[in-house]
Design a protein around this ligand. Sequence first.
Ligand SMILES: *Cc1c(COP(=O)(O)O)cnc(C)c1O
Length: 366
Amino acid sequence: MPSIGQEEIEEVIDSLRKGWLTSGPKVKLFESNFAEFVGVKHAIAVNSCTAALTVALSALGIRSGDEVIVPTLTFCATANVVEHLGATPVLVDVGEDFQIDPAAIERAITSNTRAIIPVHYAGVACDLDCILTIADRAGISVIQDGAHAVGTQYHGSRIGIHGQGTAFSFYPSKNMTTGEGGMLTTNDACFAGKVRSLAKFGIRPKQQSESWDYEVFDAGYKANMMDLQAAIGIAQLKRLESFIARRRQIASLYSAAFSQFGELLLPSGLPGRPHAYHLYTLRIAKHSRIDRNQLLSKLKDAGIGTSVHFVPLHRHPFYRMKYAYSDAQFPVSEKLFAEMLSLPIYPAMSEQDVNTVIEGVRSALV
Ligand SMILES: *Cc1c(COP(=O)(O)O)cnc(C)c1O
């Protein structure tokens, strides 16, 4: 659930009054504020994280015959974009930490592999150094799916400065929102130029000519962000650190209350990789009195909405049928999928909301 305040409302009204609805001065400002926040040279605002991934892969020239490595434990958009370009998403397993498994990446690399799309699951950075080293050695690109990782840190830097590029999501459930929206960040000026052009029909302005004159170099996409969206983003970005602080506070209340239950495995950050808690995903161990589905339905009966992030991609009919995947290829994702549950977590939760969830879990387990 998003937290929309007076400043977001006033920024949007300001856009409406000035008549700038589509990409204009607010998109420019939002891009430069976001780049400064992340500590990166280029930020290109687009209309979703899915679009950011698409234009990034397109800018790399990914096409039919190419393979792109994707974790199976992610939202379908991470692999769908690879299909859109006619390439093959190669699904790999994750580790016990829910993050893409570097050893599984190494095993999946072939002479056709062009890129890896690691996901920073739940708001914790994946094992980036290891993945960047593997990619470097194999001569392939790393485009990160940072949909959960707006504001996430990795050894003192923000996610968004590493690899070839990073795609972020501003969907309402994410760490900050623009309604629908996304951003692609990169330190590579040439790549940034290609992404910017591909996000706007493939158009490039002609040097030293009339303003009406332009050239189309690619069959690009219509993926630009509107000023109406950027208006919300400008205000949300100012509040992002306080949003994450509140998410962490709620997570620590949950973890303190649940630490007495040995059957629960609780989420946490890792050394140099603090958790931004886009999701609070716990595991209920196999040997416990109730299983995940029973816990989920007991919480539902108590009026508490929970979810499972995610149904692994190899289980979805499209990927299963097209590539003949079997569950046995992804033992860790299968285990996590059976045991995991995401509790409600968003900055606008009241103390009472948090206590209701804690009491719900407690009474389901005792
Ligand atoms: C939400 C999400 C996306 C898609 O983001 P949009 O902005 O809705 O396109 C992509 N990947 C992951 C892991 C997500 O959770």
